[in-house]
Design a protein around this ligand. Structure first.
Ligand code: 5AD
Ligand code: SF4
Length: 458
């Protein structure tokens, strides 16, 4: 229950949440849904007809930023109460409410716990309710400032996001995150253990630790990172599958790499954004590693996993194409690196100029068509790489944690393998897909496609 809040204040109302951006927003969405449910509101079947529409926003790239403003503007004549949270809420605050008077609530990334009270206030006063705690103020507050004590409505009962830190101290030249989300702030070590214990007791089988750069976890509190130590401690918690996102290569320490070999629950999957394969551009991006160093890290994780019998590590990454000054030779370096790693997945982005970042003042004269053509080549290579990666699972058993029926086919089970690959298996005759939700079983793989594996349940 929300501390101090009367029960059922929102009963009879329905809500719809639209989420953009990163996993932190997905995690925050589960908190928002949990709070609204706890006050008696119900999920609306769609945006149309919902009494409350909540946007969890992202401002990393300009296109998404503009789309959000367009989408909110299109609700001008809607009777619903429109609430805007996430990064755009934090960044634009009262300005957003002034620009779009039909917006009822604007809340910042540190103000999630206040959302129900803000909704009630907006309804009562018929005026916009805005609450933004600045990053400076938030730095003085206890973690978690997002209100982890509040009820969380998890998308899957067996999976939990666990934000162990907020903010970022890295200042990559293209990125707005440090300006919007503020400096790194970690959840105290004991609290992470306590929270994990509660989740395990609640039947959670897989936890994904979240932060903009989890490798720095603990630096703000303890003077040095304690991320590897945290992984070892959580390995003793009874959690069966442990993952984390996101990692900055420059902060991925040897002790963390070793944890892949020594913590059985730590899954053989690592999301390690490389951004670019050219050392010249990496320097301009202020990434503070070289492509050679990146490949060493990859080899280190592979070796640590292999020694522990965890074969086939699934590496995934983020890549930006068209950073100011990127030449064809720089781009070729990216293609070479992608070939060398053999990524299971890569999220590819066209560089987006963000006001206020150091890269915004760089000369950016590569023609749009050239960047698009490079991007298309990269996407094709990434698809090939994902396909190649999946071939090694043919005729092998993949231990799958099932989610239930596949979204497209009721007779097909869907789940995730250790590398987080999607695994499909036909539902056995007479069985209900719901019986499999949250269960783990091996699947003998007979088909390996670009984005999924398929086989028979054993
Ligand atoms: N333009 C394009 N992509 C960006 N990212 C961050 N900032 C920008 C930008 N200005 C990408 C990076 C990051 C991911 C979350 O978003 O690849 O890892
Ligand atoms: Fe942005 Fe770099 Fe921080 Fe990631 S590490 S959030 S890309 S500044």
């Amino acid at each position: 229950m929300i501390p101090g809040a009367p029960i059922n204040q929102l009963s009879g109302s329905s809500y719809h949440i639209i989420t953009f951006g990163c996993q932190m927003n997905k995690s925050d969405t589960e908190r928002v849904a949990g709070m609204l449910d706890a006050l008696g509101a119900e999920v609306a079947a769609s945006q149309d007809g919902a009494d409350i529409i909540v946007f969890m926003t992202c401002c990393v790239r300009e296109a998404a930023d503009e789309r959000l403003y367009g989408q909110v503007a299109s609700l001008k004549n809607s009777k619903a109460l429109v609430a805007v949270g996430g990064c755009i809420g934090q960044r634009d605050g009262a300005e957003l409410a002034a620009k779009m008077p039909h917006v009822g609530v604007v809340f910042g990334t540190h103000n999630i716990a206040s959302l129900p009270a803000l909704i009630l206030e907006a309804w009562e006063t018929k005026k916009p309710a805005v609450e933004i705690i600045s990053n400076k103020e938030a730095a003085e507050l206890e973690y978690p400032v997002t209100g982890a004590d509040n009820p969380v409505k998890r998308e899957h009962a067996w999976h939990a996001w666990l934000p162990i830190m907020t903010g970022c101290n890295n200042y990559c030249a293209y990125c707005v995150v440090p300006y919007v989300r503020g400096r790194e702030k970690s959840m105290p070590f004991e609290e992470v253990l306590e929270e994990t214990g509660k989740l395990v007791a609640d039947g959670v089988r897989e936890i994904t630790l979240l932060g903009q750069n989890v490798n720095s976890y603990g630096r703000d509190l303890y003077g040095q990172p304690r991320f590897a130590e945290l992984l070892y401690a959580l390995g003793e918690s009874g959690i069966e599958r442990l993952r984390f996102a996101t990692s900055h290569p420059k902060d991925l320490l040897e002790e963390t790499i070793q944890a892949f070999g020594e913590v059985p629950a730590l899954m053989p999957a690592l999301h390690l954004p490389v951004q670019c394969g050219s050392d010249r551009i990496l320097e301009a991006m202020n990434r503070r590693y070289t492509s050679g160093k990146y490949l060493e890290l990859i080899e280190g994780v592979k070796a640590a996993c292999k020694a522990a019998g965890k074969e086939q590590v699934a590496f995934s990454t983020d890549i930006i194409v068209g950073f100011p000054g990127e030449t064809e030779a720089d781009f070729e370096d990216t293609m070479t690196l992608v070939r060398a790693v053999g990524f299971a997945q890569a999220f590819t982005f066209i560089y987006s100029r963000r006001e206020g970042t150091p890269a915004a003042s760089l000369v950016d004269d590569t023609p749009r068509e050239v960047i698009q053509e490079r991007f298309d080549r990269l996407v094709e290579l990434v698809q090939q790489s994902a396909w190649d990666f999946n071939q090694q699972f043919l005729d092998t058993e993949v231990l799958t944690l099932f989610e239930g029926a596949s979204k497209r086919n009721n007779h097909m089970l869907a789940g995730r393998g250790p590398g987080n690959q999607t695994v499909h298996a036909p539902l056995p005759n007479g069985a209900a897909s719901t019986d499999f939700a949250g269960k783990m079983a091996p699947v003998l793989i007979s088909e390996a496609k670009t984005w999924y594996l398929r086989g028979t349940l054993l």
